[in-house]
Write a protein that binds this ligand. Structure first.
Ligand code: SF4
Length: 481
């Protein structure tokens, strides 16, 4: 894409972006910050699940703000209550049903209140949601948020509404997210939507549709705008970022994920770049060499393995086996020696034997993940696994295997963090530590959280050098040097 030492000028020349032309002229509803509290109508939104959902809630907030809604964190003040739902496990859907019963009480006090369900559970259940949950007025899938103002207006007239159309184009590239509950330092940028993989346990392809990549220039422009507004870190989001591919309509050239990351990294050396989530079958060495080339692209990769057994990976339709995965991890550590890797692991998938469970434990031990998201298999209606395999592992066996995985991962995180004692890391201050307002918190390039005493004249968004003095399995403690 670029010669050896490209500059932001190169990127912006490509972008035809006048350096100083403010972004808002380009995108409707930009820079809205919190909508004015004087707004007549107010919405209250709760978000659950993955980062994509939280990022989508910011798109929803922007669409509603343009329609004159203000936002409130106080449910009692709301005219519209929205819940952005997750469907990845049964437990996630149970949580949504519990919240709806809470909203039911609010609606009893305010009958004109509109209640809407968004996200993956809305997409999975569609109009059945209205039958199952009488309190619900509108059901809106992840690709239909532009239609919210119309659906809300319809519900205000007493008409329940559903829009769960899954698009092959929609990326909301022209809608600028309204940063809800942001720390003003780090923000998510969704670079693509949907997923073309068909992992047999996963609902995402059914609830978020086919993969489509967003216009690369709109992504760089959003990163530039965030940087100009004081943000110092962006996380590029997608279900499978490595398969990002956008064809430039002018040059007819494709922009790959590695090239997109380089374009974003060139916005400023002081803008940290992270990304999530990677898929082992699509993560190329190009991505790794681009990470190694830019100090501001963080040395951290979330690389879900799901299982350590090649037979189980086949049943999961993960399209790679144990050896392929290990080769990817070896390449990461070869090209970026101080890279931290985290993972996703499912315990107790259909027909998993004790030996195959041991293979999962052994790959965790071998990969030395800094942390992992660990769950036992939860059968999801409509998935390939639900159609083809019996969910035959007893619950107590699933729980016991999950406990063993969590205990192993916790001890590995503890050991890996102890190796950081005495080292000094460049840390981006994100805000006050949860436990003490006399301490700052911030992460290093490896995405590890550091807690350290405040120093005068420093604020969130500043970079500091922190020497690690002690550690736990979850946190590093240190001092500014
Ligand atoms: S890669 Fe697999 S697990 Fe991830 S969202 Fe796509 S189908 Fe689901």
């Amino acid at each position: 894409m670029y010669n050896d030492n490209p500059t932001i000028k190169d990127v912006k020349k490509d972008l035809n972006l006048e350096l100083n032309k403010p972004l808002s002229e380009k995108r409707q509803g930009e820079v809205l910050d919190l909508p004015s509290d004087t707004a007549q109508k107010k919405f209250y939104i709760e978000s659950y699940g993955c980062q994509m959902n939280f990022s989508d809630s910011e798109i929803v907030a922007s669409v509603l703000a343009k329609d004159g809604f203000g936002s409130t964190r106080n449910m009692e003040e709301a005219d519209l209550i929205l819940i952005n739902t997750c469907s990845i496990r049964e437990k996630a859907e149970d949580t949504v049903r519990k919240r709806l019963s809470v909203f039911n009480k609010a609606k009893k006090n305010k009958p004109e209140l509109i209640v809407g369900v968004l996200g993956c559970m809305a997409e999975r259940l569609k109009k059945k949601f209205l039958e199952e949950e009488k309190i619900v007025d509108i059901v809106v899938g992840p690709d239909a948020y532009r239609d919210l103002p119309v659906l809300v207006a319809g519900a205000e007239d007493g008409n329940k509404g559903v829009n769960v159309f899954l698009s092959r184009e929609e990326t909301y590239a022209d809608i600028s997210p309204l940063r809800l509950g942001s720390n003003g330092v780090s923000a998510f940028i969704s670079i693509m939507r949907g997923c073309d993989n068909m992992c047999s346990f996963c609902v995402v392809p059914f609830t978020r549709g086919r993969e489509r990549s967003r216009d690369a220039f709109s992504i760089v422009a959003e990163a530039q705008d965030l940087f100009d507004r004081g943000y110092r870190e962006v996380t590029l989001l997608g279900q499978n970022v490595d398969s990002y591919k956008w064809e430039n309509p002018e040059s007819k050239k494709n922009v790959s994920f590695a090239e997109l990351m380089e374009m974003v990294a060139l916005v400023s050396p002081d803008l940290r770049v992270r990304f999530s989530t990677s898929h082992p079958k699509d993560m190329t060495d190009d991505v790794l060499y681009t990470m190694a080339k830019y100090e501001n692209i963080c040395n951290y990769i979330h690389l879900p393995v799901q299982s350590g057994s090649s037979r189980i990976l086949k049943l999961m339709n993960r399209t790679y086996d144990r050896d392929w995965y290990k080769e990817r991890v070896e390449s990461i550590y070869r090209i970026i020696p101080d890279c931290a890797i985290s993972s996703d692991i499912i315990a107790g998938f259909c027909t998993e034997t004790e030996e195959e469970h041991q293979e999962t434990l052994s790959i965790i031990k071998w990969a030395k993940y800094s942390m992992s998201y660990m769950f036992f298999y939860s059968e999801r209606p409509g998935t390939l696994a639900a159609k083809k395999y019996d969910d035959d592992i007893p619950l107590e066996v699933k729980k016991r295997r999950l406990t063993e995985i969590v205990e192993l991962q916790t001890s590995i995180s503890r050991d890996e963090n102890m190796k950081d004692i005495g080292k000094t890391f460049r840390v981006l201050i994100e805000g006050d530590s949860k436990k003490s307002s006399s301490d700052f918190k911030g992460r290093n390039s490896q995405n590890k959280m550091l807690i350290f005493p405040k120093m005068p004249n420093l604020k969130p968004g500043d970079y500091v050098e922190v020497k690690v003095l002690s550690s736990t399995s979850a946190t590093l403690k240190g001092e500014i040097v």
